[in-house]
Design a protein around this ligand. Structure first.
Ligand code: SAM
Length: 482
């Protein structure tokens, strides 16, 4: 039997089944231990330092205990601390992005995904470079600056060269004042050499969802194709980091397995990355299984309700305070609203999950990966965020200024976020307002910018930002950043 070791590079040692089971048993046994729960909650809170704020985070055991706790007032406290952490490190900014589906050709057999090989009635489609251009123009015309590209796994139809060509095309398109400034990549686990190529192509985050950390279930859910290999998939982030990618994004597809097991595995994965590479995941996503072409989510027994889902998000926020958290349009406006309160820092907006979907007026379902619950336009999402006091941000400054991996985390801890990320968010919001917003959103946005600019503590930064905002308003000059 393999032994738990967060520093090991072997999947079954850093995501260790026995350790997860012991963690869950310990959490269950202590879930009413109020004294211990209070200690853990206290440990999770941000502490002010001379230069900023620090948070110690929680171990997978501590965080699992909070997740097991069912005492209403303690859960309420978790939510409050989650929000406190979010505000300390990410402020009231919410980063916006959109997925771009390149190809739904896939050789895998994932039971929850309609792109699986045996699905013969889904229309297969792969964008040509001309079509990629057209999609990017449509995305730029909405106001998007950040994309997450998505593709099935198919070495013949979607080899790495195809993905690299698409990235090149995406970065080359500048329609009107449009620009895609960060391309994150969500493609199947691959080799160190390919990760190196993605790094050279200038990608932002490499995202790969684990789907499930439970090895036996993983193998059943991925019965055929290269994705069947649990170790190869689970060890992908180590290869990505070996290939030079600093920012990696984790996620679990909630609904496939027991959520407490998944949660412990997810936090252990984050601990492993920290132990081996000195930096944890850049983001964690929290997708839930959705209805899709030949997929009925009820086929899986482990669906979770909205309350549990919110609690999971809050516990992730407490455990890994510096990690960005993403919720997609798989969720409804109401659920997304709730999650914003407990630590989410990024949302997708106006997403189409079909291949070529952005260039079609009507939402098409024939090549779609899953049903989109939140179908609002980007303008509606931007306006909605501002209504609840959030600054919609299209900022991509950090990675373009080389603040990736541990350098990004250092910025988070330094207390300089208000002098850096805050004005950057406001300037990118102003670009959106000038180039793409409806008159109502524009008016609301400029009111917010005026108020929020006053929160920039450094006078010099504030004055430069004010000048840049004037330039954005009165000229076509764009892409200012600190
Ligand atoms: N093909 C790549 C891979 O194997 O990792 C990643 C791209 S896939 C388009 C992105 C993610 O969508 C998957 O990792 C999975 O978690 C999620 N997904 C697949 N089917 C889904 C469904 N029915 N509902 C919600 N999310 C789903």
């Amino acid at each position: 039997m393999s032994k738990y070791d967060p520093k090991s590079l072997k999947a079954e040692e850093f995501i260790n089944d026995e350790e997860i089971r012991e963690t869950l048993a310990w959490a269950e046994a202590n879930k009413n231990n109020v004294e211990l729960i209070d200690q853990i909650l206290e440990k999770a809170r941000p502490v002010k330092t001379k230069t900023g704020c620090v948070c110690s985070g929680l171990t997978h055991r501590e965080a699992s205990l909070l997740l097991a706790c069912e005492i209403p007032e303690k859960i309420q406290r978790m939510y409050e601390i989650a929000e406190e952490i979010k505000l300390a490190f990410y402020g009231n900014r919410i980063v916006i992005f959109a997925p771009l589906y390149l190809s739904n050709y896939c050789v895998n057999g994932c039971l929850y995904c309609p792109y699986h090989l045996k699905n013969k009635h889904i229309a297969r489609k792969k964008l040509t470079q001309e079509e990629v251009r057209a999609e990017v123009i449509a995305l730029q015309d909405m106001g998007h600056k950040r994309l997450a590209i998505e593709a099935g796994e198919d070495p013949v139809n979607n080899p790495i060269e195809y993905i690299l060509d698409c990235i090149k095309t995406i970065y080359s398109v500048h329609h009107k004042n449009g620009d895609i400034r960060r391309v994150n990549v969500n493609i199947a686990a691959t080799t160190v050499e390919n990760y190196r190529k993605l790094k050279e192509a200038g990608i932002g985050t490499y995202i790969l969802f684990q789907e499930t950390y439970h090895k036996e279930s993983y193998e059943k859910l991925h019965p055929t194709g290269p994705k069947h290999n649990y170790a190869y998939h689970t060890e992908a982030m180590d290869r990505a980091m070996e290939g030079g990618i600093d920012d990696v994004g984790l996620g679990v597809l909630f609904g496939l397995e027991l959520y407490k097991y998944e949660f412990a595995g997810l936090i252990m994965h984050a601990e492993h990355l920290e132990a081996v590479h000195g930096v944890g995941p850049h983001t964690i996503s929290v997708p839930r299984v959705k209805r899709a072409d030949d997929i009925d989510p009820d086929m899986f027994d482990n669906g979770i309700d909205d309350d549990t889902f919110t609690k999971i998000a809050a516990c992730i926020r407490l455990a890994v305070p510096y990690t960005g958290m993403i919720v997609s349009t798989r969720e409804t406006e109401q659920v997304r609203q709730r999650l914003l309160q407990v630590g989410i820092s990024q949302v997708s907006g106006a997403s189409r999950t079909s291949v070529g979907g952005y260039t079609h007026e009507e939402r098409e379902h024939d090549t779609e990966q899953f049903d989109v619950s939140d179908q609002r336009t980007l303008d509606e999402v931007v306006s909605w965020l501002m209504d609840s006091g959030h600054i919609p941000s299209f900022c991509t400054a950090c990675y373009r200024a080389g603040r990736t991996g541990d350098r990004f985390m250092a910025l988070c801890k330094s207390g300089q976020i208000l002098n850096c990320c805050h004005p950057n968010a406001l300037m990118t919001l102003a670009e959106y307002l000038e180039d793409y917003a409806s008159p109502e959103t524009k008016e609301k946005g400029y009111r917010m910018i005026a108020e929020e600019l006053e929160k920039v503590p450094n006078e010099k930064v504030r004055s430069i930002a004010r000048q840049n905002l004037e330039d954005i308003r009165n000229s076509n000059r764009r892409d200012f950043r600190f």
